[in-house]
Design a protein around this ligand. Structure first.
Ligand SMILES: [Zn+2]
Length: 181
């Protein structure tokens, strides 16, 4: 599966990162007014024409034309991919990525919904088993010489076997309830 970082997380990383800190840890830069000046790391030059603007969090070289945000700088300077630049900065600024970020929360919510649906289905079948419409279901159960009354323990057994195929986390209260029966 292709690794994808959600756009909102990329934006979070970009906002957390300080371009001055990132660039100054790699090349020597000097404060000039509101900006920082340096000899461009991307082309040979005697007089500095590389500027870093902290207010806009961008850099620009007037000699070779290279410029961009903190991701672009890391990609060009380190020769890494965009994803690796995001990962590097996320790690440096303590931001969790991918399945440990927002996507993971969505994933977890989906599992809870599946669990609730299975609970509802189990209750529905249990409640209806003795209704007149369901006589064929009871006959089927009798035919198979199975007890037509599903007690709580059996219901939980069935539910657990199904649910455990879908639920990967172990903190569910309902699951704990079943295990205690
Ligand atoms: Zn340059």
């Amino acid at each position: 599966m292709k690794y994808r970082i959600p756009n909102e997380t990329i934006e979070e990383v970009r906002k957390a990162a300080d371009i001055v800190e990132i660039i100054s840890s790699r090349i020597h830069i000097k404060k000039v007014g509101n900006a920082y000046k340096a000899k461009c790391p991307f082309h040979a030059e005697k007089n500095p024409s590389f500027f870093v603007h902290p207010d806009r969090q961008i850099y620009k070289c007037f000699g070779c034309g290279k410029g961009g945000n903190v991701f672009h700088f890391l990609m060009t300077f380190e020769g890494i991919t965009f994803i690796d630049a995001v990962r590097h900065l996320a790690d440096r600024y303590g931001i969790r990525l991918g399945v440990d970020g927002r996507n993971h929360e969505k994933y977890r919510q989906k599992n809870i919904e599946v669990f609730q649906l299975l609970q509802w289905a189990a209750k529905y079948f249990q409640d209806n088993l003795y209704s007149s419409k369901w006589h064929r279901a009871r006959e089927y159960l009798d035919q198979r010489k199975r007890e037509a009354s599903l007690n709580q323990r059996e219901r939980c057994k069935v539910r657990k076997s199904n649910i455990e195929r879908f639920i990967s986390f172990n903190s569910s209260t309902e699951k704990t309830k079943c295990e205690k029966i």
